[in-house]
Design a protein around this ligand. Structure first.
Ligand SMILES: O=C(O)[C@H](O)[C@@H](O)[C@H](O)[C@H](O)COP(=O)(O)O
Length: 251
Protein backbone atom coordinates (compact mmCIF):
# COMPACT_ATOMS: atom_id res chain seq x y z
CA UNK A 1 0.00 0.00 0.00
CA UNK A 2 1.28 3.46 -0.93
CA UNK A 3 2.40 5.92 1.70
CA UNK A 4 1.76 9.67 1.73
CA UNK A 5 4.49 11.91 3.16
CA UNK A 6 3.87 15.36 4.59
CA UNK A 7 7.02 17.14 5.71
CA UNK A 8 7.00 20.34 7.76
CA UNK A 9 9.74 22.76 8.78
CA UNK A 10 8.86 22.45 12.43
CA UNK A 11 6.61 20.51 14.80
CA UNK A 12 4.10 23.40 15.01
CA UNK A 13 3.41 22.98 11.30
CA UNK A 14 2.55 19.33 11.96
CA UNK A 15 0.18 20.28 14.80
CA UNK A 16 -1.64 22.73 12.58
CA UNK A 17 -1.99 20.49 9.51
CA UNK A 18 -2.88 17.46 11.61
CA UNK A 19 -5.63 19.39 13.39
CA UNK A 20 -7.12 20.33 10.02
CA UNK A 21 -6.96 16.75 8.72
CA UNK A 22 -8.35 15.13 11.87
CA UNK A 23 -11.19 17.67 12.09
CA UNK A 24 -12.06 16.99 8.46
CA UNK A 25 -12.04 13.19 8.91
CA UNK A 26 -14.14 13.61 12.05
CA UNK A 27 -16.76 15.68 10.19
CA UNK A 28 -16.84 13.20 7.26
CA UNK A 29 -17.25 10.12 9.39
CA UNK A 30 -19.82 11.70 11.72
CA UNK A 31 -21.85 12.73 8.65
CA UNK A 32 -21.60 9.18 7.27
CA UNK A 33 -22.00 7.08 10.40
CA UNK A 34 -22.94 9.34 13.32
CA UNK A 35 -19.69 8.76 15.18
CA UNK A 36 -15.89 8.99 14.94
CA UNK A 37 -13.84 6.12 16.32
CA UNK A 38 -10.21 6.95 17.07
CA UNK A 39 -7.22 5.23 18.66
CA UNK A 40 -4.08 7.11 19.72
CA UNK A 41 -0.70 5.94 20.91
CA UNK A 42 1.60 7.58 23.42
CA UNK A 43 5.06 9.12 23.40
CA UNK A 44 5.30 12.53 21.75
CA UNK A 45 2.12 12.09 19.68
CA UNK A 46 -0.63 13.33 22.06
CA UNK A 47 1.03 16.72 22.61
CA UNK A 48 1.69 17.27 18.88
CA UNK A 49 -1.80 16.10 17.93
CA UNK A 50 -3.69 18.13 20.50
CA UNK A 51 -1.81 21.44 20.53
CA UNK A 52 -4.17 22.92 17.92
CA UNK A 53 -6.93 20.32 17.75
CA UNK A 54 -7.95 20.71 21.39
CA UNK A 55 -9.01 24.33 20.63
CA UNK A 56 -11.27 23.40 17.71
CA UNK A 57 -14.82 24.21 18.76
CA UNK A 58 -16.27 22.99 15.44
CA UNK A 59 -15.38 19.38 16.12
CA UNK A 60 -18.38 17.39 17.35
CA UNK A 61 -16.51 15.94 20.32
CA UNK A 62 -19.67 14.32 21.72
CA UNK A 63 -19.56 11.84 18.81
CA UNK A 64 -15.97 10.76 19.40
CA UNK A 65 -15.13 7.29 20.76
CA UNK A 66 -11.54 7.30 21.94
CA UNK A 67 -9.32 4.27 22.55
CA UNK A 68 -5.59 3.85 23.15
CA UNK A 69 -3.58 2.11 20.43
CA UNK A 70 -1.35 0.80 23.18
CA UNK A 71 -1.01 1.39 26.89
CA UNK A 72 1.47 0.78 29.66
CA UNK A 73 0.03 -1.39 32.47
CA UNK A 74 0.19 1.25 35.17
CA UNK A 75 -2.62 3.08 36.96
CA UNK A 76 -4.39 5.68 34.80
CA UNK A 77 -2.99 8.47 36.98
CA UNK A 78 0.62 7.20 36.84
CA UNK A 79 3.34 9.35 35.24
CA UNK A 80 3.95 6.58 32.64
CA UNK A 81 0.28 6.24 31.67
CA UNK A 82 -0.62 7.12 28.07
CA UNK A 83 -4.20 7.76 29.21
CA UNK A 84 -2.91 10.37 31.70
CA UNK A 85 -1.07 12.05 28.83
CA UNK A 86 -4.12 12.03 26.56
CA UNK A 87 -6.23 13.37 29.42
CA UNK A 88 -3.81 16.25 29.99
CA UNK A 89 -3.46 17.12 26.29
CA UNK A 90 -7.04 16.51 25.08
CA UNK A 91 -9.67 15.26 27.50
CA UNK A 92 -9.18 18.10 29.99
CA UNK A 93 -9.96 20.59 27.18
CA UNK A 94 -12.82 19.08 25.17
CA UNK A 95 -16.11 17.41 26.03
CA UNK A 96 -15.93 13.78 24.98
CA UNK A 97 -18.56 11.87 27.00
CA UNK A 98 -16.84 9.81 29.67
CA UNK A 99 -18.54 6.61 28.49
CA UNK A 100 -16.93 7.16 25.05
CA UNK A 101 -13.39 7.27 26.45
CA UNK A 102 -11.61 3.96 26.95
CA UNK A 103 -8.65 3.80 29.33
CA UNK A 104 -7.49 0.40 30.58
CA UNK A 105 -9.33 -0.97 33.62
CA UNK A 106 -6.62 -0.18 36.15
CA UNK A 107 -8.64 -1.68 39.00
CA UNK A 108 -7.25 -5.00 37.72
CA UNK A 109 -3.69 -3.97 38.60
CA UNK A 110 -2.41 -5.18 41.95
CA UNK A 111 1.04 -3.62 41.55
CA UNK A 112 0.62 0.14 41.23
CA UNK A 113 4.18 0.85 40.09
CA UNK A 114 4.33 -0.85 36.69
CA UNK A 115 5.64 -4.18 38.07
CA UNK A 116 2.65 -5.94 36.59
CA UNK A 117 2.44 -9.75 36.52
CA UNK A 118 1.71 -11.72 33.37
CA UNK A 119 -1.76 -12.69 34.58
CA UNK A 120 -2.71 -9.09 35.43
CA UNK A 121 -1.43 -7.89 32.05
CA UNK A 122 -3.43 -10.63 30.32
CA UNK A 123 -6.54 -9.61 32.28
CA UNK A 124 -6.08 -5.95 31.27
CA UNK A 125 -5.87 -7.04 27.61
CA UNK A 126 -8.99 -9.23 27.93
CA UNK A 127 -10.88 -6.33 29.47
CA UNK A 128 -9.74 -4.03 26.65
CA UNK A 129 -11.01 -6.53 24.05
CA UNK A 130 -14.38 -6.39 25.83
CA UNK A 131 -14.33 -2.58 25.69
CA UNK A 132 -13.62 -2.69 21.95
CA UNK A 133 -16.38 -5.23 21.39
CA UNK A 134 -18.86 -3.08 23.29
CA UNK A 135 -18.35 -0.29 20.75
CA UNK A 136 -17.61 -2.20 17.52
CA UNK A 137 -19.22 -5.60 17.93
CA UNK A 138 -17.18 -8.31 16.21
CA UNK A 139 -15.82 -6.09 13.37
CA UNK A 140 -13.29 -3.64 14.76
CA UNK A 141 -12.83 -0.94 12.13
CA UNK A 142 -11.45 2.35 13.47
CA UNK A 143 -12.09 5.52 11.50
CA UNK A 144 -8.62 6.75 12.44
CA UNK A 145 -5.59 5.36 14.25
CA UNK A 146 -2.83 7.83 15.14
CA UNK A 147 0.57 6.29 15.75
CA UNK A 148 4.11 7.22 16.70
CA UNK A 149 7.26 5.31 15.85
CA UNK A 150 10.36 4.65 17.93
CA UNK A 151 13.91 4.96 16.55
CA UNK A 152 13.98 1.14 16.39
CA UNK A 153 10.94 1.16 14.07
CA UNK A 154 8.42 -0.02 16.67
CA UNK A 155 4.89 1.25 16.67
CA UNK A 156 2.16 0.78 19.29
CA UNK A 157 3.88 -1.78 21.50
CA UNK A 158 4.87 -3.91 18.51
CA UNK A 159 8.65 -4.16 18.71
CA UNK A 160 11.15 -5.51 16.13
CA UNK A 161 11.49 -9.32 16.17
CA UNK A 162 8.92 -9.65 18.97
CA UNK A 163 6.51 -12.63 18.78
CA UNK A 164 3.54 -10.20 18.91
CA UNK A 165 4.30 -9.21 15.31
CA UNK A 166 2.85 -12.57 14.30
CA UNK A 167 -0.30 -12.42 16.42
CA UNK A 168 -3.39 -12.41 14.21
CA UNK A 169 -5.97 -14.16 16.35
CA UNK A 170 -6.83 -11.36 18.77
CA UNK A 171 -7.49 -7.62 18.61
CA UNK A 172 -5.46 -6.76 21.70
CA UNK A 173 -2.26 -8.53 22.77
CA UNK A 174 -0.16 -8.14 25.89
CA UNK A 175 3.56 -8.25 26.66
CA UNK A 176 5.62 -8.13 29.83
CA UNK A 177 9.01 -7.77 28.15
CA UNK A 178 8.76 -4.46 26.33
CA UNK A 179 12.26 -3.21 25.42
CA UNK A 180 10.93 0.31 26.03
CA UNK A 181 9.98 0.70 29.70
CA UNK A 182 7.69 0.05 31.41
CA UNK A 183 7.79 -3.66 30.44
CA UNK A 184 4.10 -4.60 30.88
CA UNK A 185 1.83 -3.26 28.15
CA UNK A 186 -1.15 -4.00 25.96
CA UNK A 187 -1.31 -3.20 22.26
CA UNK A 188 -3.65 -3.32 19.30
CA UNK A 189 -2.51 -6.00 16.85
CA UNK A 190 -2.01 -5.85 13.07
CA UNK A 191 -5.51 -7.16 12.19
CA UNK A 192 -6.98 -4.08 13.94
CA UNK A 193 -4.34 -1.62 12.64
CA UNK A 194 -4.78 -2.90 9.09
CA UNK A 195 -8.58 -2.85 9.22
CA UNK A 196 -8.59 0.89 10.02
CA UNK A 197 -10.03 3.34 7.48
CA UNK A 198 -7.13 5.74 8.07
CA UNK A 199 -3.77 5.50 9.79
CA UNK A 200 -1.60 8.55 10.41
CA UNK A 201 1.96 8.34 11.73
CA UNK A 202 3.64 11.32 13.38
CA UNK A 203 7.41 11.16 13.62
CA UNK A 204 9.74 13.98 14.56
CA UNK A 205 13.41 14.58 15.30
CA UNK A 206 16.70 13.51 13.77
CA UNK A 207 16.67 10.29 15.81
CA UNK A 208 14.00 8.92 13.47
CA UNK A 209 15.75 9.87 10.21
CA UNK A 210 17.62 6.60 9.59
CA UNK A 211 14.71 4.27 10.33
CA UNK A 212 12.38 6.41 8.20
CA UNK A 213 14.86 6.11 5.34
CA UNK A 214 15.03 2.34 5.85
CA UNK A 215 11.24 1.98 5.87
CA UNK A 216 10.15 4.53 3.29
CA UNK A 217 13.03 4.37 0.79
CA UNK A 218 14.61 0.96 1.29
CA UNK A 219 11.34 -0.87 2.12
CA UNK A 220 13.08 -2.70 4.97
CA UNK A 221 10.77 -4.58 7.32
CA UNK A 222 10.10 -2.77 10.59
CA UNK A 223 6.94 -2.99 12.70
CA UNK A 224 5.79 0.52 11.69
CA UNK A 225 6.27 -0.25 8.01
CA UNK A 226 4.06 -3.34 8.24
CA UNK A 227 0.96 -1.24 9.00
CA UNK A 228 -1.21 -1.39 5.89
CA UNK A 229 -4.72 0.02 6.38
CA UNK A 230 -7.62 0.58 3.91
CA UNK A 231 -6.21 3.87 2.60
CA UNK A 232 -2.53 4.87 2.12
CA UNK A 233 -0.72 5.40 5.41
CA UNK A 234 -0.01 9.09 5.93
CA UNK A 235 3.29 10.17 7.55
CA UNK A 236 3.58 13.62 9.15
CA UNK A 237 7.27 14.39 9.59
CA UNK A 238 9.36 17.36 10.57
CA UNK A 239 12.42 18.32 8.51
CA UNK A 240 15.01 16.67 10.84
CA UNK A 241 13.13 13.34 10.71
CA UNK A 242 12.79 13.58 6.91
CA UNK A 243 16.35 14.68 6.23
CA UNK A 244 17.37 11.44 4.48
CA UNK A 245 14.20 11.20 2.36
CA UNK A 246 14.83 14.02 -0.09
CA UNK A 247 11.21 15.18 0.37
CA UNK A 248 9.93 18.69 -0.13
CA UNK A 249 8.66 20.63 2.89
CA UNK A 250 4.86 21.21 2.78
CA UNK A 251 3.64 24.79 2.86
O1 LIG B 1 4.13 3.71 24.87
C1 LIG B 1 4.68 4.31 23.99
O2 LIG B 1 5.69 4.95 24.17
C2 LIG B 1 4.10 4.29 22.62
O3 LIG B 1 2.81 4.24 22.41
C3 LIG B 1 5.05 4.15 21.51
O4 LIG B 1 4.65 3.31 20.48
C4 LIG B 1 5.42 5.51 20.97
O5 LIG B 1 4.36 6.02 20.18
C5 LIG B 1 6.68 5.46 20.16
O6 LIG B 1 7.69 4.94 20.98
C6 LIG B 1 7.11 6.80 19.66
O7 LIG B 1 7.34 7.64 20.74
P1 LIG B 1 7.96 9.08 20.50
O8 LIG B 1 7.04 9.77 19.56
O9 LIG B 1 7.96 9.70 21.86
O10 LIG B 1 9.31 8.86 19.94
Amino acid sequence: MAKVLKVFDAVDGISHALAVEVASLSAQRIAASGRFTVAVSGGSLPAILCKQLSHDKNVDWAKWHLFLADERCVPNTHADSTYALVKKELLDHVRIPQENVHPINDAILVAKDGACSESETAAVAADYIAQLTSVFGSKIEFDLILLGMGPDGHTCSLFPNHPLLKVHNTSVAFLTDSPKPPPARITLTYPVLNAARNVIFVSTGEGKAQVLHDILIKNKEYPAGLVSPQTPTCWYLDAPAAKLLGSKVSS
